[in-house]
Design a protein around this ligand. Structure first.
Ligand SMILES: Nc1ncnc2c1ncn2[C@@H]1O[C@H](COP(=O)(O)OP(=O)(O)OP(=O)(O)O)[C@@H](O)[C@H]1O
Length: 290
């Protein structure tokens, strides 16, 4: 059992790395931190405040929750927590629940419409609160699941952008993208964040994302370290070993360079080696030249 201090250090290092790698935060930023009342966004909020306290740049946090009109939504729980912790907090009441339940048949997933409606509200509120950025609590496991969903059902190699310019002009950030869900869950439990369940979709067992999530968890159980490898792969893309002719054209690729034999010394070590060098280092890289 890892203690909470160790977990906190691990998570804040991961957030610091993501923020640094993608240049997420700059002097004077006003960041709307979107908090659902789930473990991920509570953890994100906690870690962003810590970062704000020690970072060399000054930035401000505005915490926003959207009460989407679910029957029995326990709004007080969030109000009490934010007050106790002294966050600048706004709760927005928007009844997207009625829209979603009216438009989507009961046996179908509500998630995508629900989150699309929510996203529009967040953009509007960010403008009202003069925030230039919006932070969302997606983490490593969400990124991997999205990658697999796209691979398996959409015919695309794509995960989730760490940083995105929204149609509204706001920059959307995902500071938890290197954080493992298990660590977040353990941390949220240790900190006793007052979690609000999402009854709307929580009751639905047929979500494709859940199925894919279970499949990935199973792979991890059978071969521990696989999720870390998936994340590493997303940070280590070899366009010349893929079949996207538009990407080849964009990169001016005429032909891929041959790969060294598996296990051959590349001089780069580990998972290193740049695309331009044509050198691929991982010893378990799969290739088929036949
Ligand atoms: N009602 C809401 N109000 C404000 N922000 C929200 C709300 N619902 C979701 N978000 C934001 O969108 C992110 C992704 O939403 P999703 O429902 O996929 O979250 P999740 O995986 O259940 O995460 P969490 O544990 O934070 O709820 C959340 O982490 C949060 O930043």
């Amino acid at each position: 059992m890892v203690d909470v201090v160790t977990l906190e250090k691990k998570l804040s290092r991961a957030v610091g790395r993501a923020v640094g790698d993608f240049n997420m935060i700059a002097e004077g930023d006003r960041i709307l931190v979107a908090v659902s009342g789930g473990k991920d966004s509570y953890t994100m909020l906690h870690l962003l405040r810590q970062l704000a306290e020690k970072a060399p740049v000054n930035f401000e946090l505005e915490v926003v929750n959207i009460d989407q009109g679910h029957p029995g939504y326990p709004a007080d729980v969030l109000h009490d927590y934010m007050k106790r912790e002294n966050y600048r907090f706004t709760m927005i009441e928007e009844d997207t629940y009625s829209i979603v339940t009216e438009k989507i048949p009961a046996n179908k997933t509500f998630c995508s419409l629900c989150s699309r409606l929510r996203r529009g509200i967040l953009y509007r509120v960010a403008t009202e609160l003069r925030c230039n950025k919006i932070a969302l609590g997606h983490h490593r496991d969400d990124v991997i699941q999205t990658f697999f969903l796209n691979l398996m059902f959409a015919g695309q190699l794509a995960a989730m952008p760490p940083k995105l310019v929204a149609s509204s002009g706001h920059i959307v950030l995902r500071p938890l993208l290197y954080c493992a869900e298990d660590d977040i869950a353990a941390f949220a439990e240790a900190k006793q964040f007052p979690i609000l369940p999402c009854d709307l979709c929580g009751s639905q067992d047929n979500l494709q994302r859940k199925v894919v999530g279970r499949m990935i968890d199973q792979m991890e159980r059978e071969r521990p370290g696989m999720k870390a490898s998936f994340l590493a792969a997303l940070q280590n893309v070899r366009p010349s070993q893929l079949l996207d002719k538009e990407l080849w054209a964009k990169l001016g690729l005429e032909a891929a360079r041959d790969l060294p034999e598996a296990g051959a010394s590349s001089g780069m070590g580990g998972m290193g080696g740049g695309e331009s060098s044509g050198v691929i280092a991982p010893t378990r890289l799969v290739r088929n030249t036949g």
